[in-house]
Ligand binder design. Structure first.
Ligand SMILES: C[S@@+](CC[C@H](N)C(=O)[O-])C[C@H]1O[C@@H](n2cnc3c(N)ncnc32)[C@H](O)[C@@H]1O
Length: 254
């Protein structure tokens, strides 16, 4: 099974539990939607959403943008189905699609947007270049993703026991900026907030409910005994940091 098939399978399995666990994701979708709307879009924009999940961002954007041509996509079929079921608006065309390889004609979209999906891409610079190619001149590529410092408490708990951690290396601002292609102007903002869990076990359960428990490629999962030992060090209230990047890249006008 390829990495993207594993990502799709993990998120599809979580389609029924995602929204109940997605307070942080909803907050991020709200902020990204606000930034996109404030950033300015043409009337009746041609929108491509990548990694729509159950539609937290989709619903916000549909409610705030009149008309348009909407292609709403996700790599996980059950996530896409959950989003479709939650949206009564007839405008979206729904499609299972790998956002790293968008099936859109070059220059055909005014907005390509994704919230908390890009951290799952195998090759972020290549994916952003492919998404940017879908944009018309002056089009907007907008995304949110976790940055350096995200889930640092989980990483530190592993380090304290000299255990390998399955989290990916989330990028700092400069590293993320370097992932964008030439030919556009980037606005980048970062916000940090914490989400509290009853204990480490509750944090792990929430990741599973979100479909976000797939470790970075090459990570060997801890043995059950080591995992229990890790959780034993996190038996009290456990707050985790989300350090979220919001990136808006405007393609040069022709
Ligand atoms: C954390 S969820 C975010 C969902 C939604 N955007 C939100 O804000 O609630 C990540 C979503 O990205 C999707 N995803 C991951 N990799 C993807 C890829 N390569 N192409 C498209 N979707 C992808 C997952 O299937 C999942 O639905």
């Amino acid at each position: 099974m390829t990495r993207s098939e594993r990502v799709a399978r993990a998120f599809s399995a979580a389609a029924g539990t995602y929204e109940a666990a997605a307070q942080a994701q909803d907050r991020v979708a709200a902020r990204l939607a606000r930034l996109v709307l404030d950033g300015g879009l043409p009337a009746a924009p041609r929108v491509l959403e990548i990694g729509c999940g159950t539609g937290l961002l989709t619903r916000r954007l549909l409610a705030s943008i009149a008309g348009g041509d909407w292609l709403v996509t996700d790599i996980a079929p059950a996530m896409l189905e959950a989003a479709r079921a939650a949206v009564s608006d007839p405008r979206p065309v729904w499609r299972v699609m790998d956002g790293e390889r968008p099936c859109c004609a070059p220059g055909s979209r005014d907005l390509a947007v994704s919230s908390l999906a890009a951290q799952w891409f195998e090759d972020l610079p290549r994916a952003l270049a492919a998404q940017a190619a879908c944009l018309a001149p002056g089009g907007l590529l907008a995304l949110s993703l976790p940055g350096a410092g995200s889930f640092e408490e989980w990483r530190r708990a592993h380090a304290a026991l000299s255990l390998p951690c399955g989290l990916p290396d989330f990028p700092g601002g400069a590293a993320l900026a370097a992932c964008f292609p030439q030919g556009g102007a980037l606005f980048l903002a970062t916000e940090s907030f914490t989400v509290s869990h009853a204990d480490g076990r509750a944090f792990v359960r929430s990741l599973k409910a979100l479909g976000a428990s797939l470790p970075r490629p090459g990570h060997t999962p801890l043995s059950p005994a080591r995992f229990r030992g890790l959780l034993a060090t996190l038996s009290g209230p456990f707050a985790v940091t989300y350090a979220i990047h919001y990136a808006l890249w405007r393609k040069e006008a022709a």
